[in-house]
Design a protein around this ligand. Sequence first.
Ligand SMILES: NC(=O)c1ccc[n+]([C@@H]2O[C@H](COP(=O)([O-])OP(=O)(O)OC[C@H]3O[C@@H](n4cnc5c(N)ncnc54)[C@H](OP(=O)(O)O)[C@@H]3O)[C@@H](O)[C@H]2O)c1
Length: 321
Amino acid sequence: MKAAVVREFGRPPEYGIFEDPEAGPGETLVTVSAAAVSTIVRSRASGAHYSSDTPPPFVPGIDGVGMTAAGRRVYFLSPRSPFGSLAERSVVASDDWVRLPDDLDDTTAAAAANAGLSCWVPLTQHARIRSGESVLINGATGVSGRMAVQVAKYLGARKVIATGRTESKFAALRDLGADVVVSLGQPADALRDAVRREARDGRVGVVLDYLWGPSAEAILAGLGGPDAPRGPERVRYVQVGNLAGPTITLAAAPLRSSGVEILGSGIGSSSRAEIMTGIRDFLNAFTRAGFRISIDLRPLSEVERAWAERDGDRRLVFAVG
Ligand SMILES: NC(=O)c1ccc[n+]([C@@H]2O[C@H](COP(=O)([O-])OP(=O)(O)OC[C@H]3O[C@@H](n4cnc5c(N)ncnc54)[C@H](OP(=O)(O)O)[C@@H]3O)[C@@H](O)[C@H]2O)c1
């Protein structure tokens, strides 16, 4: 079959021929129509991601959209290695797909699912967002962060506070529903104080953090302090990505002076059933909620060139077949 093939870690995949998958017991074969290149796909193709488990050659792509042999239009996740989603056919465990709603097209579903996973699952399952809480999204300028702004509002956030480093992207965040945008291009103390002001003006109940690193330290400091709100309410700080650094220095004081609890959302922090339920609910809500995502749609034959032309504002999606 035709496929994108990673032949060497760190090099863009080539468009070529790869063996066809066959479905074993408990598996479903999917004829792929669209598959996205999200951050984790690039990371696994480079061999750097913590979940990388297959040496080259392999087909990249952790998820996609397509048709099963029974004629169901589905979103699928986690193809069996070495078969990824960037190929004409893929194979997944039979409980690793969900039917797509009729009101959502293949390309949009493929583009949005990973971004939805990054926010719908932590907000509904880990943080269990309550209507009327404020949500802070650290690193909101990316595809996932912009989706998180919309999802937080849809799930009832009273106020969404977004952070980002690129000021030219702040207007777009406001357009998507962010009530406040805080620049990361300020000294740590100023960032801490900006977070502190927002946290006091209507309690921040949830933080979704796509960055980690120094801004996470400043935000945690801002959530704590002598005048932090007291009481039984907890601030659920959910670690989702670490684009700004793999570690932080965790000071003791913010934890003792606040109701902050640190959680994580990613592969391994939820059961597969919980993840699939979260993705299904997100995709079912997508059109009704009016969620928006910018897409760079290419034919799979252009995989090598498109892979190198990285566009941070749009999700790269390949049309397959
Ligand atoms: N745990 C999960 O379930 C899950 C699911 C999906 C994604 N993720 C993770 O979430 C993160 C974001 O993914 P994405 O799909 O949104 O990626 P993306 O579309 O490539 O966006 C990345 C954004 O991060 C910003 N950024 C990068 N380094 C930064 C830094 N040092 N300081 C401030 N901003 C920085 C960029 O800012 P500029 O726009 O200013 O360049 C860009 O807008 C990744 O780490 C990804 O692996 C996790």
